[in-house]
Design a protein around this ligand. Structure first.
Ligand code: ZN
Length: 65
């Protein structure tokens, strides 16, 4: 059985303009929105924000009437 479509891509390292190198990132929950959770990616070296991403809420959580 294949379950490759189930996997979600996760950023583990991004280029930091301040460190001038690709660094491991720390994921931080910024805010919970009605359509998803907004995360921020921070450099683990200098804590510069390297980007953010909105993860939609899981389909399974929705209640279908
Ligand atoms: Zn950095």
């Amino acid at each position: 059985m294949k379950n490759s479509s189930f996997q979600q891509l996760e950023a583990t390292s991004l280029y930091c303009p301040r460190c001038k190198v690709a660094v491991p990132v720390r994921k931080r929950l910024l805010i919970i929105l009605p359509d998803g959770e907004k995360f921020e990616y921070l450099c683990t070296r200098c804590a510069t924000s390297l980007g953010n991403k909105i993860e939609p809420l899981s389909e399974e959580v929705r209640i279908i009437i």
